[in-house]
Design a protein around this ligand. Structure first.
Ligand SMILES: [Zn+2]
Length: 382
């Protein structure tokens, strides 16, 4: 029997199961974050400006019919759409990462994302600079290509929701992709960045080597952050399976950050059938993971999944025809599966404890707490 390529749907089911454990958020929670008075100009102002522009008119309320005719007549007016999954996705009306003295974009042609992703990156960096005005520019690596889809050697980065962010290093101790360690990492700034991503953005995952997790975790403990909260967000300490910050090999040199894009994903999900019908997109190539058993070959895999030897080779950067038993390969299946059919609901943000005592306990050197809360704001957070 021929196996079906259900990559997108399977991923979606797992994803929804993970989400079910968390509280669902309402659309109202997706309002731009409240900023305290800005101590720095530039990136923070830019972020506010973009937030207003992208969320002012929200096309998610359109009926199916209205959506269809808008896609036909004025696709650009919908703003960015993210379709499928990060491992096999499409991006439409992508937003480029703007340039700023606050960051340095490594590959501008590969730095396109959903409006949310581009906003969230700026929000997090702006907060670091609000706390530490004298910060060096942060390196920003690949996000996605303008149309999404396969990007270089990456398995993900296909739907405008992934970004590789550099570390903050101590002065003269390192730059883009220098492996981090206790001697070169600027821990206060790295912690401010991670904390901002957790508290101020819809972050889904931060992939980070154990060794870097340990350094940042220990720093956070040393300034009085709440240990229970830290243990829920870092996989390093208690091995929590669903921790936002997870170890994946290859992340000793940078953060891989994945964001939810509520608007772009939900709109992408609803727009997908219209886009196909109107031939605005080709069906995305969905991939499934397959662990090779002994006796299986490239051609048997191609037959089994109804694809070609060549496309399996391409998806796995194989030059020869050999597959190794026990190893997992990506099998691309063109347009067989539809993108996730379920509505995206965001899990609750894991924000740090916000009692006045806990806020007062955190010792941010020479800077206010990361959320910049006063008593009045604090009560509105509860
Ligand atoms: Zn990455």
């Amino acid at each position: 029997m021929m196996a079906k390529c259900l990559g997108g749907e399977m991923a979606s089911l797992l994803f929804m199961a993970a989400l079910a454990l968390n509280l669902a958020r309402s659309a109202a929670d997706f309002l731009p974050v409240q900023w305290g008075p800005q101590s720095t100009a530039g990136p923070a102002e830019a972020a506010d400006h973009i937030l207003i522009e992208s969320y002012e008119s929200d096309p998610r309320h359109l009926t199916t019919q209205e959506l269809g005719s808008l896609i036909e007549s004025d696709l650009a007016s919908l703003g960015s759409l993210s379709i499928g999954t990060v491992g096999s996705g499409i991006l439409l009306n992508a937003v480029p990462m703007p340039s700023s003295p606050a960051w340095e974009i490594v590959n501008p042609e590969e730095s396109w994302g959903t409006a949310e992703t581009i906003d969230f990156i700026q929000i997090a960096i702006a907060k670091v600079r609000e706390l530490y005005p004298e910060s060096p520019p942060l390196g920003i690596g690949d996000i996605s290509l303008p149309p999404g889809g396969t990007l270089n050697r990456h398995a993900t980065h296909q739907a405008g929701r992934d970004v590789d962010l550099g570390f903050f290093y101590m002065k003269g101790k390192g730059w883009w992709l220098a492996p981090g360690n206790s001697r070169n990492l600027d821990l206060p700034r790295n912690w401010a960045l991670v904390r901002s991503l957790l508290a101020l953005t819809d972050v889904e995952r931060i992939l980070l080597d154990w060794r870097i997790q340990k350094l940042i975790y220990q720093y956070a403990v040393s300034i009085g952050e709440d240990r229970d909260w830290l243990d829920r967000v870092f996989q390093f300490s208690k091995g929590v399976k669903e921790a936002v910050i997870q170890h994946v090999k290859g992340h000793l040199t940078h953060y891989h950050v994945r964001f939810y894009s509520l608007r772009a994903q939900e709109l992408g999900r609803r727009a997908y059938p219209h886009l196909l019908r109107l031939k605005k997109i080709n069906p995305p190539v969905f991939t499934v993971s397959h662990r090779v058993r002994s006796g299986e070959t490239l051609s048997s895999l191609a037959r089994r999944y109804g694809t070609s030897v060549r496309s399996i080779q391409k998806a796995n950067s194989l030059s020869g025809s050999l597959v190794v038993a026990g190893r997992t390969y990506r099998i691309p299946c063109k347009g067989v599966a539809a993108p996730p059919g379920d509505r995206l609901s965001l899990p609750a943000r894991l924000i740090p404890p916000l009692t006045p005592q806990q806020l007062a306990a955190v010792d941010w050197p020479g800077a206010p707490p990361v959320l910049g809360l006063n008593q009045e704001k604090l009560s509105s957070f509860r």
